[in-house]
Design a protein. Structure first.
Length: 88
């Protein structure tokens, strides 16, 4: 599980499936930042992980401050499915 900051809006929402770092990851939560007083373009602050990690996310069996954080441009993000309502 990790945090991913996406610069720009690739059109994903909670439950989206993305191909990141060679594996399919699920966006467990997405927080949209920068609409009013932020940078020139919005940022999506996502908590992503594999399907196996979803139960740990739901039960909050992790410390958010200790998750690895990476940043990517929206154009470089490979979106498999923009929203997956069944898994989340």
């Amino acid at each position: 599980m990790q945090h991913l900051i996406v610069r720009g809006d690739p059109g994903i929402r909670k439950g989206a499936i993305i191909n990141y770092d060679g594996t399919e990851q699920i966006c467990f939560s997405i927080q949209r930042q920068g609409d009013w007083h932020g940078p020139d373009e919005v940022q999506l602050w996502c908590t992503i992980g594999t399907e196996d990690e979803y139960e740990s996310f739901q039960k909050r069996e992790y410390v958010p401050h200790f998750l690895e954080v990476e940043t990517i441009d929206a154009a470089a993000l490979d979106v498999v499915q923009a929203r997956n309502e069944l898994s989340v």
